[in-house]
Ligand binder design. Structure first.
Ligand SMILES: Nc1nc2c(ncn2[C@@H]2O[C@H](COP(=O)(O)OP(=O)(O)OP(=O)(O)O)[C@@H](O)[C@H]2O)c(=O)[nH]1
Ligand SMILES: [Mg+2]
Length: 288
């Protein structure tokens, strides 16, 4: 990459510090990850700061993800000692499963400590920006108590939300400073966890097309962008993005492809689920 992505604004440092303090006052930490990126959207800083607490991973936006891979990831994280369930923020049944699972985790911990659960379980809801934390809390609450929008960085301060069975703490989305894996940062950008304005969209779109190819979505790519299997096999990076633009008739003067426009279109279509249900990562790509 030409420029480093500046994904770590100052307020995220503040949020990490806040997590370190507030974790002492909760029973369970619920981390939302993007089911399309179950590895790259899991924040290692959150893992470090919440070690020792019962943790529930929620693979959210599972309506956009590949069901088969979601199951594999749930197994993977359970083996690692996490509670793990798939989720759709606006789906009421997801909410019931979540509440059950939280109660189970909270009760189990108290039992291990030889205590009885006192009061409602307190749950800290964390995760990368734009993963659906506030939408999920609003669904559980049955009203729009937390602000939710389709851009990262909507929630700016923490907020306690009291429900009949749980106390929830909505936190601002947070990334991590040492995102040493540039590929991981680009993937986060594909799913909208990093603001589009600070990025090179062509670079993100190229990364997306290559990642789709590598993750076994050749058919979906060919169908959506009218690529032949030969083209897909031969081209990658910029050349592939150019071909996609050309096939969609995005030409400028002298027949050059408007790759900026092609990038915006390709990203919009992926984010809107037009390429079908997609998961970019498989557990077999990573160590357990
Ligand atoms: N398809 C789909 N979209 C979802 C789901 N959950 C949330 N979204 C959308 O994702 C966008 C971000 O949702 P928010 O709830 O604001 O995300 P957040 O994690 O609170 O974001 P920050 O406060 O910026 O960290 C919104 O447009 C939601 O409608 C889901 O399960 N499926
Ligand atoms: Mg929010």
């Amino acid at each position: 990459m030409s420029d480093t992505i500046h994904w770590f604004p100052g307020h995220m440092m503040k949020t990490l510090r806040q997590i370190a303090v507030d974790v002492r006052n909760v029973d369970v930490v619920a981390e939302l990850v993007d089911a399309r990126l179950p590895y790259s959207s899991k924040n290692p800083e959150i893992a470090r700061l919440t070690a020792g607490k019962p943790r529930l991973l929620l693979l959210n936006k599972s309506d956009l993800a590949d069901e088969r891979k979601t199951k594999l990831w749930i197994d993977y994280y359970r083996k690692k000692g996490y509670g793990a369930i798939s989720l759709q923020s606006r789906d009421k049944r997801s909410g019931q499963r979540f509440t059950q699972e939280i109660k189970r985790l909270a009760a189990q911990t108290e039992e291990e400590k030889g205590r009885r659960q006192a009061g409602k379980p307190r749950v800290m809801v964390v995760g990368v920006p734009n993963v659906g934390k506030s939408t999920f809390i609003n669904m559980l609450a049955g009203s729009n108590r937390a602000k939710a929008e389709d851009r990262p960085g909507v929630t700016r301060g923490k907020q306690w939300i009291s429900l009949p069975e749980l106390e929830l703490l909505d936190m601002p989305g947070v990334l991590w400073k040492k995102l040493e894996n540039q590929q991981g940062a680009l993937k986060l950008a594909i799913t909208g966890a990093i603001r589009d304005e600070i990025l090179n969209r062509e670079e993100i779109a190229m990364c997306m097309l290559d990642a789709l190819k590598a993750a076994g979505y050749a058919e979906a790519l060919c169908a959506r962008f009218k690529l032949t299997p030969e083209q897909l096999q031969e081209l990658d990076g910029y050349a592939l993005l150019e071909q996609v633009g050309r096939n969609r008739g995005m030409l400028m003067a002298r027949g050059e492809v408007d790759t900026e426009r092609a990038a915006i279109m390709a990203l919009d279509e992926l984010r809107g689920g037009k390429l079908g249900r997609i998961t970019f990562e498989e557990p077999s790509d990573y160590d357990l």
